[in-house]
Ligand binder design. Structure first.
Ligand SMILES: Cc1cc2nc3c(=O)[nH]c(=O)nc-3n(C[C@H](O)[C@H](O)[C@H](O)COP(=O)(O)OP(=O)(O)OC[C@H]3O[C@@H](n4cnc5c(N)ncnc54)[C@H](O)[C@@H]3O)c2cc1C
Length: 810
């Protein structure tokens, strides 16, 4: 072992070895992996090794596709077999809702180049003779599913990395990691100390403990997980003989069961509804490759369903039961990336499907470290999606919930209930009293819609109980005035002598003059969108930026990484120390005028004007004349102690104009008909600003800013794909996002979001389409696949509502 390396990878499970291999692929070879026991000694060794490409987030699904395609490569380079069996797979639905979900996954798969097929139950029975087809309503076939040998895979990754020059040290436990004054890391092990430029935490079951060495409490928790292996089954042997291949993988969602062939029998695993966390506080360092005691009683309900759905299991004995722990993040997706404030400290943990995701995680992280950018859209697994509010108790509640729901349908209008309420605004109780149905916006309670007592969301892929109420909220805004809570936005205060110069370098648009606001995308060096902000200039050397609440930590990390070293800029995230209300609609100005002595006429307080202080009723508020509704509107910001008083004043003043509260569903409906996009849907790091329709907010001529050269190129060459709108001939289900877009019978794009536009009275969707197909767009036949049905759509290239922007500006 040398005394220094460029990179130290902590942990030799499938994830650590994949990261090691990918770094060598990127040309970094002065790297070492440290493993406290033998490789695979965490959760890796007892995994079932199953893999597939299906994931709720299409970008994670793409990484899963990549992981599976990688296995042949590492086998060839290392000479170590990964024990690959590409058996193909069958996803089974026993309820109509699950069948609809399968159809939506199938549609998603089409634009991602997956070859899934919806198959009849007769075909399902032919593919998997173990099923009782009368128990199911539908099935989807997936040619890319199979399993690998967990040990072989881990050794193949490490072998391939070693061939390229990486070193692997087993029986070497990292005891501590300390950052030195020069920014490098001292890695203290039981075999001596090492200096490293970068440290990567791939500690798996011990990721929390490794994180705590640097004061980091990562939101991960291990759950016990059980599968059983049967004795030989005559049905399996007979199928192998007649078909000349193994039984395929199967997932029975309603039985909450997965299965695959293991020798001449079957391996059957299950995610029970009431899962049990393992070592919730500390993972013992003396835990080795041992199994946990079986607890079959916990999974008897699932097994009963399994035996009914797959009767052959009723006649066979159980040869072995495996109960082992593995880790989850609160939403079940990995935690990957750099940590704000810890230079060159990286994590790749919480990977619950190491054999589907390990390769993609290694690819993304190595790109990130070597190129400064993951090169892929990793928002869904970026460690920065969790703020400090993700405490241990929060994590526990969410992980247990997620585990128990692993195979359950999540409806588009379904809000999960665990760990709530956690973050609330001062108006919380009042909103509830007014009938708010609350949503969980990254642990912040925020009104989705307002209904009469007792009326709640009925979960569905179709329009539901909220439809008429959201409609009334939208109409109230368009015809009168509405009020809503906007506290969930991220707000940053930027001050200092270098603030203007720094912001100008960071953001793609020109900065506003004092008292004005501007929309400004933020790009990475590749010219891709990593933020969409509203910037307000309060005074010289004093700015406010408003952005997406969910991305607060993600953006703070970026700001931090690009902070000038001379101390001339300071950034403060205001979080819920600044809360807000918005009033919008044609009577919004009249409401404000009743409460303020200031001149709020259109000439005095113009569209995109910003006032640092305005007295509204008894309250001093910061005011921006802007509204995401696309209507005349104002955003009013106050300290939390004043939110209720501000609301009461606005509410009283608004009564004569029929003021109504509106929630985020109405807001999205209103924004949609203006063609506005949102972060993580329309705006993600895979899109350029011109593709996304934000080109007019990119000031190419202003001089240097991050991503300028790439944005110039995108502008000069024209976007390869473009975000467009569609009016959908929908039935009672609207597009929600990730549906395939068809043009003249071919898939040419995908939907990013959709829904009903109540004030325009039509169903609408927006998404990205290959630009080549927009040349003869008018004469083409456009369709969107919604829940397995092709719906004809009309291309809508201008906003449905007020395309000239008269309402916002007049
Ligand atoms: C019963 C069961 C079935 C499963 N089935 C599947 C499946 O079918 N498909 C699938 O994709 N996934 C499956 N999994 C999940 C899979 O096992 C995990 O996704 C995967 O193992 C995670 O790998 P990892 O490298 O992140 O963590 P780990 O395997 O836990 O590896 C972490 C490593 O880091 C080492 N380490 C930790 N701290 C230190 C330190 N301080 N110093 C040195 N070394 C350290 C540990 O010894 C360990 O070897 C299953 C898991 C279980 C329990």
């Amino acid at each position: 072992m040398k005394s220094s390396y460029r990179v130290i990878v902590i942990g030799g499970g499938v994830v650590g070895t994949s990261v090691l291999y990918h770094l060598t692929k990127k040309g970094w070879t002065d790297i070492a992996l440290l493993e406290r026991l033998e490789l695979t000694s965490g959760s890796t060794w007892h995994a079932a090794g199953g893999m597939h490409t299906i994931n709720g987030d299409p970008n994670v699904a793409k990484l899963q596709q990549y992981s599976i395609n990688l296995y042949k490569e590492i086998e060839e380079i290392s000479g170590q077999s990964v024990g690959l069996h590409m058996t193909e797979g069958l996803m089974l639905a026993a309820t109509p809702a699950r069948f609809e979900w399968l159809k939506s996954i199938h549609s998603k798969g089409r634009y991602m180049g997956m070859q899934t097929e919806m198959v009849s139950l007769n075909e399902a029975e032919r593919l998997l003779p173990l099923i009782d087809k009368t128990q199911f309503v539908g099935a989807m076939y997936d040619p890319i599913q199979g399993h690998v040998d967990p040990n072989g895979t881990t050794y193949a990754f490490s072998g391939a990395a070693r061939k390229a020059g990486a070193e692997v040290f087993t029986h070497t436990r990292v005891l501590d990691t300390r950052q030195r004054l020069d920014g490098s890391w001292e890695v203290i092990t039981d075999k001596g100390n090492i200096i490293a430029e970068h440290v990567i935490n791939c500690g798996g079951l011990w990721a929390r403990e490794v994180g705590r060495m640097v004061g980091l409490e990562l939101p991960v928790l291990a759950m016990e997980h059980q599968y059983l292996i049967t004795e030989d089954m005559p049905e399996v042997i007979a199928f192998n003989k007649s078909a000349g291949k193994m039984i395929l993988h199967a997932v029975d969602f309603d039985g909450e069961i997965y299965m695959r062939q293991e020798r001449n029998g079957m391996l059957l695993g299950t995610y029970e509804r009431h899962g049990v966390p393992w070592s919730p506080k500390n993972t013992p360092w003396d835990f080795g490759p041992t199994l946990l005691p079986d607890a079959l009683d916990r999974i008897t309900d699932n097994l009963e369903v399994g035996f009914r759905h797959f009767p052959a299991f009723q006649k066979v004995g159980i040869k072995q039961i495996v109960n082992g722990p593995f880790t989850f993040a609160p939403d079940g997706n990995p935690l990957v990336g750099p940590i704000k404030g810890l230079r060159n400290y990286w994590v790749a943990c919480g990977v619950m499907a190491g054999f589907s995701q390990g390769g993609g995680v290694g690819l993304a992280l190595s790109n990130w470290m070597v190129d400064g950018d993951p090169g892929l859209d990793v928002w869904a697994m970026d460690v920065a999606r969790y703020g400090n509010w993700a405490t241990r108790a929060y994590t526990r509640a969410k992980v247990v919930e997620n585990y128990g729901r692993r195979f359950r349908v999540r409806f588009p209008n379904e809000e999960l209930t665990a760990a709530r309420p956690l973050r609330t605004v001062p108006m919380h109780q009042q909103w509830l009293q007014m009938g708010a149905v609350m949503g969980d916006n990254w642990a912040l309670e925020s009104p989705l819609w307002f209904g009469p007592p007792g009326v709640k969301d009925v979960f569905s892929f179709h329009r539901s109980t909220d439809f008429e109420h959201v409609r009334q909220e939208c109409l109230a805004v368009r015809n009168g005035v509405g009020i809503s809570d906007i506290s969930g936005f991220a707000k940053y205060e930027i001050t200092g002598s270098g603030a203007e110069k720094w912001l100008s370098y960071l953001l793609a648009n020109k900065l506003p003059k004092t008292g004005r606001m501007m929309l400004a995308p933020m790009l990475n060096p590749k010219g891709k969108l990593i933020g969409d902000f509203t910037v307000a200039k309060a005074a010289d050397e004093h700015f406010f930026i408003f952005g997406t609440g969910a991305a607060e930590k993600y953006h703070l990390r970026w700001f931090d990484q690009h902070m000038p070293k001379d101390g001339s800029v300071s950034v403060r995230a205001l979080g819920l120390n600044l809360v807000g209300l918005s009033i919008a609609g044609p009577h919004a100005r009249a409401v404000l005028a009743k409460l303020s002595d200031d001149d709020v006429s259109n000439t005095a307080l113009r569209f995109m004007d910003f006032r640092m202080q305005m007295e509204i009723g008894m309250v001093q508020a910061m005011v921006g004349r802007i509204s995401f509704t696309g209507d005349l509107g104002y955003e009013l910001w106050v300290e939390p102690q004043f939110q209720v008083a501000l609301f009461n004043a606005l509410w009283d003043a608004g009564q004569e104009f029929g003021m109504r509260p509106f929630g985020s569903r109405a807001l999205m409906s209103l924004a949609r008909e203006k063609g506005f996009g949102t972060w993580a849907r329309e705006f993600r790091p895979i899109y350029g600003p011109f593709e996304a329709g934000l080109g007019r907010f990119v000031a190419l001529a202003k001089g240097d800013f991050i991503g300028c050269a790439a944005a110039r190129e995108e502008s000069a060459q024209g976007p390869k794909r473009q975000r467009v709108g569609f009016v959908v001939d929908a039935d009672d289900a609207d597009a929600i996002g990730d549906e395939a877009v068809w043009c003249n019978g071919a898939v040419v794009g995908w939907i990013t979001s959709g829904g009903y536009c109540h004030s325009s009275d039509c169903s609408y969707a927006t998404g990205y389409v290959d630009s080549a197909f927009l040349v003869d767009a008018a004469s083409a036949k456009w369709e969107i696949e919604i829940l397995g049905e092709m719906r004809s759509v009309r291309l809508q290239l201008t906003p449905l509502f007020d395309p000239q922007g008269i309402r916002m500006t007049a």
